[in-house]
Design a binder for this molecule. Structure first.
Ligand code: ADP
Ligand code: ZN
Length: 733
């Protein structure tokens, strides 16, 4: 028998090995195999009677981890799906799905050769040799590293081996896959569920019916913030567990898991597995094993939790399904929501995609009759939605009052003062993620757009070129606004730091913190601690980005200010309007949830933009307008996209590659190629970056073109240019 083993080796990720007689390997088992001069851990992907493909001698599998396959058939199916859909080697995908602790670790022992004496040795080797001398059983590399340090240890050991004084014995050790002893969970008094509202009841009944059929049934739960979506999830989970199946809850960000876990723990007195990359690898493996061995019937996590090894998954919940954070970046760029759909389909589970601002993709699936829509239109307990005000920044009087670089308008300043006086809290919001500088008109509020792609043009090359990052359209920067024909265009840039400074100047006595990716990664603020401090009212004003707009519930928050809606509206992304609509709706939903009515102030250069108008006064009208734009411009959910990204260390080499690629692109009946063009982040970690957008002409044709395109690009790229493909891109950086 032969086994195709999936290994994390680029390009050739399935290798054939022979199964030694007496060894038991099943599909999905973890195996140890020789690769080159070492051993590596892989997943038994396929078992065959004939070798599938081989070059040279077929080696044998060296070891296998227990009898229990680590990945059941539905997970193998999902991994295969990801590998094909996102064009990634299966070995890389399989590795991404397993907890990283689940590998064989190499251990070495240094053993003194009997009969050898120390003799004369250089000073660098003497202490090590003295330590090993006369140790009959030898010493492990770890023990030696603890005493002598890891630095240079291998070299010194090798030097002793060359002198014939010691031998090195290598063995491979796997993590135990035994179930861990169950700890007695404290049995908390679980309050009985609240009496459901009529709308909630209808949702729960419909879901209950679907759960009893044991069929894949997808739902979009479209409910405004505070309408009790989470309560609907809880009752569906209850039903699912009672039916003897397991349930998985996905949240878009790690920081949101603890809140969800609290609500689950308060309802279900049982082990809840937590799966996300913020845990230590030991913890992750523990939780993973709890799921694998059936000790946990319920798991919560960020996108990678879709790989939870449940035996009979009956319910998958994707909270805030519209959130772009579900898209994984890195080695395997999958979309957590979309893969949750694939998994639920395979396990015949009920799927709930929940959001107050559903994605266009999910709304389109409702329109196509693929998903059933469930709605919650009212806040539980009749809490009033926030009072929304719009401030037009492209107003000469407003600009005069704010000064050239001012970010806080007089009305916002006034509202902030009132809020602080009332002892309540403020959230100021400014987008920074993936910000690209652009030209904006301070009179009419319009940004300059690409004539072909309906996305904002971006300033490039020290602001000497205006460029479309979808196609290769370029023009000179303008002075005169093409819409209002005034000399009123200005360079529009981000300004969270500037905002912090201005806020501190205006409110010197307020307790203020800034929370964006920069502030967090520089260690200036700790994400969870800052959020907790704001929650517990130890802060008065929080300045934040997307992270703060999501799902968090702050009881003392009374005022939300969106400082410049254009920081998301004028970005070179066809989803800019959707993102802005979602953002304004979501941040506004943070303000004043219980008895107090909250306030939201939205500052923008163009309050008449349809995304802002809809968010302010008629959210229900947004999807139809956005769908019309997408259909007309040929963007998702009507046409699929892929982004071919390439980068190189030397700029001219990249430019030559772009030209060669462009000259060699086939004329395709299936897709259009837009670009190549420099990426908005044109240089990142010392690499120059470009991309090529691939847009299908006919629904469903994208993948026909991608395989040949990748072959072509990789062939032309050689070794100097790195090429990667991102299917269904969520960001165009
Ligand atoms: P969403 O997830 O839609 O934002 P939540 O589920 O968080 O809304 O509900 C908002 C608040 O209302 C929560 O504090 C929740 O405990 C409470 N709640 C939900 N449903 C009910 C109900 N039927 N009766 C009373 N309180 C409820
Ligand atoms: Zn363009």
């Amino acid at each position: 028998m032969f086994v195709q083993v999936a290994l994390p080796i680029p390009k050739c990720s399935l290798l054939t090995y022979a199964l030694p007689t007496g060894m038991n390997v099943t599909q999905g088992s973890l195996v140890l195999v020789p690769v080159g001069h070492t051993f590596r851990t892989g997943v038994a992907w396929e078992i065959t009677t004939e070798p599938v493909w081989c070059q040279g001698k077929i080696l044998e599998i060296a070891g296998t981890l227990g009898d229990l396959p680590l990945l059941g058939p539905d997970l193998l199916y999902l991994l295969d799906w990801i590998a094909r859909y996102y064009l990634r080697p299966i070995g890389t995908v399989a590795t991404a799905a397993l907890p990283d602790r689940l590998t064989y670790k190499r251990k070495r022992r240094a053993i003194w050769q009997p009969g050898q004496t120390i003799g004369s040795l250089p000073d660098s080797l003497l202490p090590l040799a003295t330590r090993l001398y006369n140790q009959k059983k030898g010493l492990s590399e770890e023990t030696l590293a603890a005493q002598f340090g890891r630095q240079g240890l291998t070299e010194r050991l090798n030097a002793l081996v060359r002198r014939g004084l010691i031998t090195l014995e290598t063995s491979w050790h796997a993590q135990s896959m035994e179930a861990s002893p169950t700890q007695d969970q404290p049995v908390l008094p679980c309050p009985s569920p609240p009496k459901l509202t009529d709308e909630q009841s209808l949702c729960v009944q419909t879901l209950h019916q679907a759960l009893t059929t044991t069929r894949f049934t997808p739902f979009l739960l479209d409910g405004i913030t505070g309408s009790g979506k989470t309560e609907v999830y809880l009752q569906a989970i209850q039903n699912c567990l009672e039916l003897g199946r397991q349930a998985l809850v996905l949240v878009p960000e790690i920081s949101l898991t603890s809140q969800m876990i609290q609500r689950l723990r308060a309802r279900f007195p049982e082990t809840i597995a937590i799966l996300h990359s913020g845990l230590s690898s030991t913890q992750r493996l523990e939780h993973w094993k709890q799921v694998r061995h059936g000790q946990a019937r319920l798991a919560v996590g960020a996108r990678s939790a879709i790989f939870a090894p449940f035996a009979d998954l009956g319910l998958v919940i994707v909270d805030e399904e519209h959130d772009p954070s579900y898209k994984q970046e890195g080695a395997v760029p999958y979309h957590g929501r979309d893969m949750a759909i694939v998994r639920a389909q395979r396990t015949e589970a009920v799927l709930i995609l929940g959001s107050a601002t559903p994605s266009m993709e999910s709304l389109a699936n409702v329109e196509r009759g693929r998903y059933q829509r469930l709605v919650l239109t009212r806040r539980v307990g009749g809490g009033r939605p926030p009072h929304m005000e719009s401030i037009r920044l492209a107003d000469p009087l407003m600009r005069a009052a704010m000064g050239r670089d001012g970010l806080i308008s007089p009305p916002l300043h006034q509202a902030m003062t009132e809020t602080l006086t009332a002892g309540r809290q403020i959230l100021l919001f400014l987008n920074r993620r993936g910000f690209a500088p652009t030209l904006l008109c301070y009179r009419c509020g319009e940004a300059v757009h690409c004539p072909h792609c309906s996305v904002t043009l971006t300033l490039h090359k020290n602001h000497t070129r205006l460029m479309c990052h979808y196609c290769d359209y370029t023009q000179e920067p303008l002075d005169i606004c093409p819409v209002c024909e005034q000399l009123s265009l200005f360079h529009f840039g981000p300004g969270t730091q500037r905002l912090e400074k201005e806020t501190r100047t205006l409110f010197p006595d307020a307790r203020i913190a800034r929370l964006d990716r920069d502030a967090v990664s520089s260690g200036q603020y700790r994400l969870n601690e800052t959020l907790a401090a704001f929650h517990d009212r130890h802060l008065d004003i929080l300045i934040g980005t997307q992270m703060t707009a999501k799902g968090h519930h702050f009881p003392g928050l009374a005022l939300v200010g969106v400082v410049q809606a254009e920081t998301s509206l004028c970005q070179p992304d066809f989803r800019a309007a959707e993102r802005t609509f979602q953002l304004v709706t979501q941040v506004a939903g943070r303000a004043g949830r219980e008895d107090n009515q909250g306030r939201a102030i939205i500052q923008s250069f163009d309050p008449n933009h349809y995304a802002l108008r809809a968010a302010m006064s008629d959210p229900g009208s947004f999807p139809a307008m956005e769908m019309a734009f997408r259909r007309q411009a040929g963007y998702p959910p009507f046409r699929r996209l892929a982004l071919l990204q390439f980068s190189g260390e030397v700029q001219p080499e990249g430019e030559i590659f772009c030209q060669t690629l462009k000259a060699n692109l086939p004329v395709s009946a299936d897709v259009d190629f837009l670009g190549p063009t420099p990426a908005p982040l044109s240089k990142l970690r010392n690499r120059y970056r470009w991309h090529l957008l691939i847009k299908e002409k006919i629904d469903g044709r994208l993948h026909r073109a991608l395989g040949p395109l990748m072959n072509l690009a990789e062939q032309l790229a050689g070794t100097r240019i790195r090429v990667e493909i991102d299917v269904d891109p969520q960001a165009f950086l």
